[in-house]
Unconditional design. Structure first.
Length: 94
């Protein structure tokens, strides 16, 4: 079993198909992994697989949406303060 992490769903599925193995794809949100990339697999790297085996791979849907605070009409210092005070809720830099 190869390491499929950080490969696209299409690439990972093709690699498995070339091995005679079927991809069982699920999708989950991930704030750390870009949408469309594999970030988990059901079999360990190096594990031997029988042809016809199904292997679970989990593909990122990207981060979960969040409500953006309304800052229209606020002065610049208030906008910065408002956004920075909420940045701890966001896992990626603002």
């Amino acid at each position: 079993m190869p390491n499929l992490n950080y490969r696209t769903e299409q690439d990972a599925s093709q690699i498995l198909a070339n091995m005679g193995v079927q991809a069982n794809v699920s999708q989950e949100s991930s704030d750390l992994i870009a949408a469309g990339l594999v970030f988990a697999q059901g079999r360990a790297k190096g594990e031997a697989l029988e042809p016809g085996t199904a292997v679970k791979i989990t593909v990122s849907k990207g981060g979960k949406p969040f409500a953006m605070p309304g800052v229209v009409g606020l002065d610049e210092s208030r906008r910065k303060w408002d956004l920075q005070s909420r940045s701890s809720m966001i896992s990626t830099p603002v």
